[in-house]
Structure formats: structure tokens, C-alpha cells
Write a protein that binds this ligand. Structure first.
Ligand code: HEC
Ligand code: HEC
Length: 379
């Protein structure tokens, strides 16, 4: 009787694999529309976008099995509703301990000029970055520290989960699970997250360069754009050299911007933060901030951001690290832009035009698990 049962289970499992692999309809990750003014793509030659691999990345991104106690997935901290960021200053990991820095939104990473990841750029590539949170003792816990499970234990765990046999086979031709394959898949999913349906994009498509006034902008938004782009000696706020349009990410060569705090530790300083997420989708379509800003989450409004850049105090502990672009011309003090209230408001109005819509709701970036934690094969 027992043997018959085992045989039955085996047959139905095999049938399940065959059935599901034929039924999966993949979302389009690899051939999404990209506006013609986007002229950069940091996809590496050895990890070209592929719908089946990005789809595996989506499942891994949302799967709590990637944490030691099945409580945390990447999406626990990187939430689609907040452009893959979060509204709390610091995020809780597996043991309820908090991360050291504020979470970063994941927007248009594929098109960024800077390819090193994290606020302090400690990950050389996105592929390298993706398994760091899994091995982080606080975040997902497969650290091997003090007897904690190792990454090898995670691979053994995933090998026992049915749907990964199917998904790895479909993506890579066989069901072998390796760290490298996990990295390729997670990186593809993250590179697939794009946001090009903002008011800025509608305007940018109608002109030949960023300096021209956009026909769909209000006068205030065009003035904010001008301030953002123009250097200080042309009465601008000089944001463009570091957060260059059209992706608004970060100039790879910059040092810090004068935000040197450590969340939860008022006496400490952290001078190493030189990367910023794209300034796209700082606010959601309703105008609400997607989370506090900067690595320490210390700025809680766009007005606070503009006030910071308007007048940057040069902390003596930061005397060598504050970027020269943010200093007076003799480099001895932090800059004082002397922006009027109208100019500050215009900059804020412009930053709000960088918000898209699809990124918050598009099913291809949403959870593939239903409320009971069951994997729903797409569509
Ligand atoms: C416990 C919360 C938490 C979890 C879980 C988590 N992250 Fe993060 N993530 C963060 C924080 C915090 C940062 C910024 C950390 C820093 O710079 O020191 C970050 C940064 C990143 C970045 C860098 C973005 C950039 O522009 O430089 C990427 C990419 C990323 N995470 C992907 C992932 C992936 C993939 C997973 C799942 C395997 C994951 N994260 C799980 C909190 C989390
Ligand atoms: C010298 C380069 C530089 C210049 C110029 C600059 N920034 Fe930044 N910006 C940064 C860096 C670096 C960060 C990340 C800092 C951190 O968290 O420690 C950042 C972060 C930000 C953030 C927060 C992003 C987030 O997701 O939390 C906003 C908003 C921002 N900058 C807006 C502006 C505006 C507006 C201007 C012009 C008034 C400007 N920046 C000028 C380098 C610069």
C-alpha cells in the first residue's frame, strides 16, 4: 500500500512539472519599451535579459524561504508600493534587528551610470550585490556566523522546493541551483524594474534636449528644471552634475553630500555614502514621499532636501570629504545658494514630475505568491 502511494505521488509530481512548465506564460521583461533618449544600459554581456530568468528572479525576490526563519524576503524591505523602498527609517531583518542604513528604492538601476551598489558603493556589480542581503546576519541570516546556516544550507533548502526545480530548469536548462544562477536571476529581475511614464518623460519625448522648456510643464516646473540643471554661476542650484538627467542617478566619481549622520546613533558619523538611488519616484503618484530620504533617513520631506542643499554646513569632521561641487568657490565652506522660497518651491515641483505610475502596480514586478503563500504561475 505504502509503495503504491509513493509511486502515485511520484507520477503526479512528474505530471505537475510537465504540466506547469508548459503552462507558464512569462511576462515581457527582456523587450520592454525604452525611450529613445535613454542612451545607457549597464546590462553585462554575460547576463542579457531573458524572460524566463527574470521570472525566476521575481520568485526569488518575493520568496521568504530565502531567509533562515521564513519571515523575510527581499520584498519585505523593498516594497513595490514605495518604488521598492520603504517608509520606515531602518528595516527589520530575520531576528527583528534593524539594518544599519535606510533601504534604497530600486528604480531604473539598469540605466544608471554608476554600477557600484549600496549607499557606500561597496558592491562592485549588481550580480555581486544580490546575494549579500541573503548572507547578511541581520537581513536574511544565511551568514554562517555563530553557527547560523550558510549559503550552502540555503541551496540545499531550495533544492527541496518543487517549484524551483521547474523554474531553474526552464530558465537555465537544468535544475541545478548555484549562487551564481541565483545572482543572475535576481539581478535580471531588478534590472527589469523601470519607470519611464512620468510627466518628465512625456515632456522629454517632445523636445530634443533637457535644457529646452517642456511643453507639458507648468511655468513653475520648467523653472524648477532650469534650477536643477543650471550651474551656480548661472543662478542655478547645480544638481545636474551629480544627478544627471534623464536617469537622475549619481555621478560615479562624487564624494559625500554633507549628510553624515548615522540613524539611531546621534554621536556617530558616516562619511562614506556616495551613491544615491535615482531621484525618480521620490514621491508616489499621490504626492506622498516613498520614504524618508538619504542613507540615514534623516530628511523627511522634499523641502528639507532643498533646505539642506541651499545651505550646507561644513562639519569639521567632514572637512576633506564634502564634495567640492557643494562648497563655496574657495572650498572653505559649504555652499549657500540663497534660493528664494519661489525657487525652492519650483525645485520641489520639478522633482515631483519624476514620478511614474506603472512601477507601483505592474503585475510583472508584483508578488507571484498568493495570500496563502502559494506560487501562482503567471496569468
Ligand atoms: C532587512 C531589509 C532588507 C532586505 C531583506 C533586503 N534589502 Fe536590499 N537593501 C536594504 C538596505 C538597508 C539597503 C542599503 C544598505 C546599505 O547601503 O548599506 C539595501 C540596498 C539594496 C540594493 C542597492 C541599491 C542601489 O541602488 O545601490 C539592492 C540592489 C538591493 N538592496 C537588493 C536586494 C535584494 C536582491 C534582496 C533579497 C535577496 C534584498 N535587497 C533584501 C534592505 C534590505
Ligand atoms: C556633489 C554631488 C551632489 C550634488 C551636487 C547634489 N547631490 Fe543629491 N545626493 C548626492 C549624494 C551622494 C546622495 C546620497 C547621500 C546620502 O544619503 O548620504 C544624494 C542624495 C539626494 C537625495 C536623496 C535620495 C534618496 O533616495 O534618499 C535627493 C532627493 C537629492 N540628493 C536631491 C538633490 C538636489 C535637488 C540637488 C540640487 C539642489 C542635489 N541633490 C545635488 C550627491 C549630490
Amino acid at each position: 500500500m505504502k509503495n503504491i502511494l509513493i509511486v502515485l505521488v511520484l507520477i503526479s509530481t512528474i505530471f505537475f512539472f510537465c504540466a506547469t512548465s508548459q503552462q507558464i506564460n512569462f511576462y515581457n521583461y527582456a523587450n520592454q519599451e525604452i525611450p529613445n533618449y535613454i542612451n545607457r544600459d549597464n546590462t553585462p554581456a554575460n547576463n542579457q535579459m531573458n524572460d524566463t530568468i527574470a521570472n525566476l528572479g521575481r520568485v526569488l525576490f518575493y520568496d521568504k524561504n530565502l531567509s533562515i526563519n521564513n519571515t523575510i524576503s527581499c520584498a519585505s524591505c523593498h516594497k513595490q508600493a514605495f518604488a521598492f523602498g520603504d517608509q520606515s527609517v531602518l528595516s527589520q531583518g530575520v531576528s527583528k534587528e534593524l539594518t544599519g542604513r535606510h533601504v534604497m528604492r530600486l528604480v531604473n538601476i539598469r540605466f544608471a551610470q554608476a554600477v557600484t551598489l549600496f549607499w557606500d558603493e561597496r558592491a562592485a556589480t549588481l550580480e555581486d550585490q544580490t546575494t549579500e542581503p541573503i548572507k547578511d546576519h541581520i537581513e536574511m541570516g544565511f551568514s554562517g556566523i555563530n553557527g547560523a546556516p550558510t549559503f550552502e544550507d540555503l541551496i540545499n533548502k531550495l533544492e527541496c522546493i518543487d517549484y524551483y526545480r521547474t523554474l531553474f530548469s526552464v530558465a537555465f536548462g537544468d535544475y541545478q541551483i548555484t549562487e551564481s544562477r541565483i545572482q543572475l536571476a535576481l539581478a535580471q529581475f531588478i534590472r527589469s524594474i523601470q519607470s519611464f511614464d512620468s510627466k518628465y518623460d512625456v515632456g522629454r519625448a517632445q523636445v530634443t534636449n533637457d535644457e529646452m522648456p517642456f511643453p507639458n510643464f507648468t511655468e513653475q516646473e520648467n523653472e524648477g528644471k532650469r534650477l536643477f540643471m543650471m550651474p551656480k554661476d548661472k543662478n542655478g542650484a547645480n544638481c545636474q552634475p551629480c544627478h544627471r538627467a534623464p536617469i537622475f542617478d549619481i555621478d560615479p566619481g562624487t564624494s559625500n553630500n554633507g549628510i553624515i549622520g548615522v540613524a539611531g546613533d546621534p554621536k556617530a558619523v558616516d562619511l562614506m555614502n556616495t551613491r544615491s538611488p535615482s531621484l525618480r519616484d521620490l514621491v508616489n503618484p499621490n504626492g506622498t514621499l516613498n520614504g524618508p530620504l538619504m542613507h540615514d533617513g534623516s530628511l523627511t520631506s522634499l523641502a528639507a532636501v532643498i533646505d539642506h542643499y541651499n545651505q550646507i554646513p561644513l562639519d569639521p569632521r567632514n572637512s576633506t570629504r564634502l564634495n567640492s561641487r557643494l562648497r563655496t568657490s574657495d572650498l572653505k565652506s559649504g555652499q549657500n545658494l540663497q534660493l528664494t522660497q519661489a525657487e525652492k518651491d519650483a525645485l520641489i515641483a520639478f522633482l515631483k514630475t519624476l514620478t511614474g505610475a506603472a512601477i507601483y502596480t505592474d503585475a510583472r514586478w508584483s508578488s507571484p505568491f498568493d495570500r496563502n503563500g502559494e506560487l501562482i504561475f503567471n496569468k
